[in-house]
Design a protein around this ligand. Structure first.
Ligand code: HEC
Length: 336
């Protein structure tokens, strides 16, 4: 073993270099990620979870929910489109726009193009490559109209309504243990806090719905918070109460059953959908159940980030001078 020391040095080098690349490389890439401050509002995202939700993360880990659920919305690609928002002021603005529209969409005819102009903003092209979107904008701008490119996030997860954008590393910087999950026996939970659970009352299936016109937060639930909390609690107690063919296990041990006679003035009992739930008992969540539900409601990656943009829809077209005047008149009348 004359070459022992040399071998040792090479072995050590191989280990140090691979450790450096794998560990230090990742630390350099994502170890220093901080919350992102919104340019317009200055609001920070992500922020640390409120106390109960923080405890809920531990319950999620303890119960192994990540065996069946991921928390990672995947996005395939960006798709581009172009929108016409306003016509020019010239007297022949309609003709100019129609001529440009026919170049953008050669399969349209004049009558169709004119008809489409009645309803602005008009989507001229969608789901295309940047070149065609850009070309449409330039053609319309040359015709004195106002047009802009639109960007859509695309991908199966986005189309299922599981999020407005992909999940990125920054979403997880406040997770002490990142449980992204690997199997999708149940739906992805990265954005469960933004979804209306009521929309999911029904068989869980992969039917792509076109809810991915990103920027419209159509999935944002308008249900009052207490109803959403109740939905999650009932679902944890008995998933079949909401989704009749659910294969999700029920987590009844997170709840206490109290017989109706003894219940007295106990508050916070679950409200089951009609015909569901036990007849003779009321069901009260334990602190663990409340923490887990709070954590679920806190799962919302609906903030646009530089590495995970949520493109905005075109702003509403500016009001014409007559519309503005009419509005001012209304205001003046209201005041007097
Ligand atoms: C054996 C696999 C499995 C385990 C373990 C599991 N789930 Fe589920 N989960 C499912 C399936 C399947 C569905 C879809 C049917 C349904 O809504 O009940 C689902 C649905 C859900 C939904 C509704 C999602 C939506 O988009 O409507 C939530 C919330 C949820 N699970 C939370 C949890 C939590 C929290 C845990 C851990 C305490 C957990 N799940 C454990 C399989 C599982």
């Amino acid at each position: 073993m004359r070459n022992g020391p040399v071998l040792f040095v090479f072995g050590l080098l191989a280990m140090v270099i691979s450790w450096g690349c794998i560990v230090m490389g990742s630390v350099k890439q994502i170890g220093t990620l901080a919350s992102h401050a919104d340019l317009m509002t200055g609001a920070l995202y992500p922020v640390n979870r409120p106390g109960t939700a923080h405890q809920g993360a531990e319950v999620y880990r303890e119960l192994g929910c990540n065996q069946c659920h991921t928390r990672f919305a995947v996005q395939d690609e960006l798709s581009f489109g172009a929108e016409l928002t306003k016509l020019g002021d010239a007297t022949n603005s309609v003709e100019l726009a129609v001529a440009a529209l026919l170049k953008v969409n050669p399969e349209w005819n004049e009558a169709k193009a004119k008809d489409k102009l009645n309803d602005l903003p008009l989507t001229m092209v969608e789901r295309t490559i940047p070149y065609f979107a850009d070309r449409a904008v330039k053609l319309l701008e040359a015709a004195d109209a106002k047009a802009q490119m639109t960007v859509y996030n695309l991908g199966a997860d986005i189309e299922r309504g599981w999020g407005a954008r992909q999940t990125v590393a920054r979403d997880m910087i406040y997770d002490s243990t990142v449980l992204a999950g690997t199997q999708r026996i149940g739906p992805d939970l990265a954005n469960i806090g933004t979804r209306a659970p009521a929309d999911h009352v029904g068989a869980w299936e992969f039917t792509p719905t076109v809810t991915n016109i990103v920027g419209t937060t159509t999935n944002l639930t308008n249900l009052p918070e207490d109803q959403r909390l109740n939905w999650h609690l009932v679902h944890l107690y008995d998933p079949k109460a909401h989704v009749s063919n659910s294969i999700m296990p029920s987590y009844r041990f997170l709840f206490r059953a109290i017989s109706r006679e003894q219940a007295g003035t106990v508050s916070g009992a679950l409200k089951f959908p009609s015909g569901k739930g036990p007849k003779t008992e009321i069901i009260v969540p334990t602190r663990k159940a409340l923490a887990l539900a709070a954590w679920l409601m806190d799962q919302r990656a609906d903030t646009s980030l530089p590495e995970g943009p949520i493109p905005l829809l075109a702003p509403a077209p500016e009001k014409t001078a007559e519309q503005k005047a009419a509005k001012d008149e209304d205001k003046a009348e209201g005041k007097s």
